[in-house]
Design a protein around this ligand. Sequence first.
Ligand SMILES: [Zn+2]
Ligand SMILES: [Zn+2]
Length: 67
Amino acid sequence: MTHLTSPYAAPTIIYDTATGPIEARLCPGCGLPERLWKEDGGRGHVTADGDSYCCRGCADQTGCTCV
Ligand SMILES: [Zn+2]
Ligand SMILES: [Zn+2]
């Protein structure tokens, strides 16, 4: 992960699974993998700028409420 195609790209992590590696986004606020996001049915909280966070708490920087 040494090159980013966009300065706005969310950080990602690669998981090795039984069916092959999958890429998942990480919350830019707390680093929580997307698969653990709970808000909006798992899609997380999307800001007006189009950034995806695990929850509104991270987007507003008031603290993650996912745990
Ligand atoms: Zn977060
Ligand atoms: Zn959260």
